[in-house]
Ligand binder design. Structure first.
Ligand code: C5P
Length: 232
């Protein structure tokens, strides 16, 4: 899979999601389905979107004991999604078990990427609540290296970290980056942001874009603009 724009379909129902995707007429953008929609609409929404011809990043961020994650991943691999994820904080044995569970009998599997530290966690909360006292950027890089050691395909990270992750883990280790905004667009609650063009220059492999597309007056035009800036 090459560079692509992934639309974060953060909608509360299957109906709203399908109505949104209908606006793209013949086109089939790569979509991200998160916890909200998955818990509301269940596995059927994955099957429906897949059968319409979209690639899917299923963003459920698994984190549990290795055996539980392995079994859950085995269920997700049956849904035929293209990318799944988990928390690197679950440790290397959990990530290895996840990969095992995700691998189908014929040896194929969806890509598996790790969340390092959530962008909602800052140095202060990490020290206070998690008792981790290293600088947060070193913690993020350490988790990325653990994901690489466990055999994963990449990480979700800020576009500002993509270059460092590639330097530490290799250029083939995928960086999937949210926090994307147009130069002339609303920032919303995102703090560390980058334009699609800058994310391209810094080497992001996939950008995840939600509200700049989903809340746009013309979502198809906003998507086209992202593709134009990021892929070309
Ligand atoms: O609307 P917006 O472009 O901010 O959406 C970004 C998407 O990426 C949301 O689905 C959000 O949950 C997700 N995400 C993020 N930052 C992370 C991990 C995921 O914004 N560190």
């Amino acid at each position: 899979m090459g560079k692509d724009v992934i639309i974060a379909c953060d909608f509360p129902s299957a109906e709203q999601t399908i109505a949104f995707l209908d606006r793209f007429e013949g086109r089939k953008p790569f979509v991200k389905i998160g916890m909200e929609l998955f818990y509301a609409a269940g596995p059927q929404i994955i099957k429906d979107i897949k059968s319409r011809g979209h690639k899917i990043f299923l963003d459920l961020k698994l984190h549990d004991i290795p055996n539980t994650v392995k079994k859950a991943m085995s269920v997700l691999s049956g849904l035929d999604v293209d990318i799944c994820n988990l928390h690197a904080g679950g440790t290397i044995p959990m990530m290895e078990a996840a990969l095992e569970g995700l691998t189908r009998p014929d040896g194929t599997r969806p890509l598996l990427i790790a969340v390092t530290q959530l962008t909602s966690t800052d140095q202060e909360t990490m020290e206070r609540d998690l008792l981790i006292h290293e600088p947060i950027d070193q913690v993020v890089m350490h988790y990325a290296k653990n994901a690489k050691k466990a055999g994963l395909d990449g990480v979700v990270c800020s576009p500002l970290e993509a270059q460092k992750v590639h330097d530490a883990c290799g250029k083939d280790f995928l960086t999937v980056t949210p926090g994307i905004r147009f130069a002339d667009g609303d920032v919303g609650d995102q703090k560390r942001i980058m334009t699609p063009a800058a994310a391209n220059e810094i080497g992001s492999d996939y950008i995840v874009v939600g509200r700049p597309i989903t809340a746009a007056e013309d979502p198809v035009a906003a998507y086209n603009r992202c593709v134009e800036e990021f892929v070309k």
